[in-house]
Ligand binder design. Sequence first.
Ligand code: ZN
Length: 279
Amino acid sequence: MSDLSRKTIITVATTGAWPKKTDTPHIPITPEEISEEVYACWKAGAAVAHIHVRDENGNAAMDFGNFKKTVELIRAKKDCDIILNLTTSGGIGLSEDDRIRPFYELKPEMASYDSGSMNWQHNSVFENNPAFLEKLAIKMKEVGVKPEIEIFDVGMIYEALYYVKKGALKPPLHFQFCLGAAGGMPATVDNLVFLKNLIPEGSTWSTFGVGGGAQPILFAGLALGGNVRIGMEDNIFYLKGQLATSNVQFVERAKRVIQEFGKEAATPDEAREILGLKK
Ligand code: ZN
């Protein structure tokens, strides 16, 4: 058996809600593009794919048809055992039912769970009200989907712990520290250390920084014993001023960094063991 303490999970977030083809021509947008990109990222060493879809104009959406198609196209690749993690937050102001339906019907192994509301990009409110959070947790439990608890600000940790106390969220918890989004905590190493020291013993965690924060948080996450997320949802530049031409570039770099550090990228099955997912 492999030593799981030597393994680091790479999550790739290929698309997100915001970058458009006008921002980078390399962003995968359609179900076909996303599924091919996820497949290539899996081959390169990603164990988890965090998935968003867009509408026909490339805008943020929780379009069920596009989720279904994307998931089916990935599942049709028989050798690909990547863990699917569907977003429940594919845009601002979307209906609760639209946010729940993809994971509820398509039953990925994981889905994102944003445990709190915040101002978003200085222009809107990213709303996750208490009734919705309780319902979201219960629905995930109902279909056996593991919540990836996204933390943009420190209070969101305590909000998640409240739903543990209420019995809606079930430990062991998995956290994703999302640093550098405007309206949330900046992508600093100090903030990451602060957050990771607050989560309950026995939790697992991963992290990413947005934009210029991506690289420092990748290295800091690794140094602190966490797992890492990379991809164009968070950052479209491979280096300053140089667009990444594929999400695969980010996966390959993360894998190299992990190896140089003295660890290895976890396979999807190793990630399942680390995260306590039933295959
Ligand atoms: Zn996302």
